[in-house]
Design a protein around this ligand. Sequence first.
Ligand code: GSH
Length: 208
Amino acid sequence: MDLQLYHRPDCPFCWKLRIGMAELGLKAQEIRTRLGEKHPDVIRLSPKGTVPVLVDLVSDVVIWESSVALEYINDRTGGALLSADPVMRARARLIASYSDSVVGTALRDIIFEKRSKPEAEWDTARIAEGVERWRTMCDRLEDWLGPDSYFAGDFSIADCALLARFGLAEAYGAPVTAAHPNLQRWFTTNRNRASYRSTIPQNFPGVD
Ligand SMILES: N[C@@H](CCC(=O)N[C@@H](CS)C(=O)NCC(=O)O)C(=O)O
């Protein structure tokens, strides 16, 4: 595959996709976008105007939705990021979707608040509510993971999605704690994966 990736390093959807690409041994020509800036190519290529945008130059396909892009590269390379079992595939997709939407919304309040203004002006009540919602998500994720190593069979698209969110949560002051031992074990182990370490953003706006 000859890939181009439009992405922003600290965007969780982009980070998720970069983790998946690294897991699958894929490299892309990277075009980085910046917070608050609309890249003209992204506006041209994506009807949503969001990143990531993945372009497969060989197949001449443009994919502007991170979950579709992740499954596309997985399909193209033998499918290592989804189990063969239909139940586990469904589970991986559900958890990845939960990560993209529900988990993302909880963290968004914390991140938007911290990166949009100086610390002295942070709305601490809004941040505290976000942290509270994040902890509630963690209760559910803790049960879903249980004693397993990964969320849906082997390492999957669900782990890609959640690793990026947990990385952001930690950076923005909502780390996983001993109240969630399964999650703590999962994050401590998987943050050492080469795919995570090689894709972690160099800085997190507002807190670096
Ligand atoms: N559902 C989309 C969401 C992508 C998204 O919201 N990306 C954000 C960055 S995290 C974005 O591009 N926002 C518009 C902007 O930054 O101009 C996906 O999964 O690809």
